[in-house]
Ligand binder design. Structure first.
Ligand code: FES
Length: 119
């Protein structure tokens, strides 16, 4: 995956993110890697840092699988924390009340999504 070296991270064409699904991306290399995922839920695209507030691991142990069986909540595969897709708030599990860090999303003229990494 490309990284322009700055805060603006090229993800994928928006059309490649299905309703009720997501895609994960890794930028850089350990120990400096930065993990991001983008989801589409109820027609809205959102991006979060792919780091569970409980222990910092990626939520998806199966690549690109971020939603639980209900399709209404995001899930961390390690200890089962559940997060609201619209704002990343943890509503169940060991990090209840904490949030997934949200990233701003931009769509360029070619329909490609870019996440804006915080300072
Ligand atoms: S690391 Fe995500 S719930 Fe424990």
């Amino acid at each position: 995956m490309q990284d322009d070296g700055g805060r603006r991270l090229r993800l994928c064409p928006a059309a490649e993110v299905p309703e009720g699904g997501g895609r994960g991306f890794v930028f850089g290399r350990m120990p400096e890697e930065f993990r991001v995922f983008v989801i589409r839920w109820q027609g809205e695209l959102r991006a979060y840092e792919n780091a569970c507030p409980h222990a910092g691991v990626s939520l998806d142990w199966t690549p690109d699988r971020f939603f639980d069986r209900t399709g209404d909540l995001l899930i961390c595969a390690l200890h089962g924390a559940r997060f609201r897709p619209d704002d990343g708030l943890c509503v169940a599990g060991p990090c209840r009340g904490l949030r997934l860090p949200a990233l701003a999303l931009e769509c360029d003229g070619d329909g490609v999504l870019h996440a804006i990494r915080p300072d």
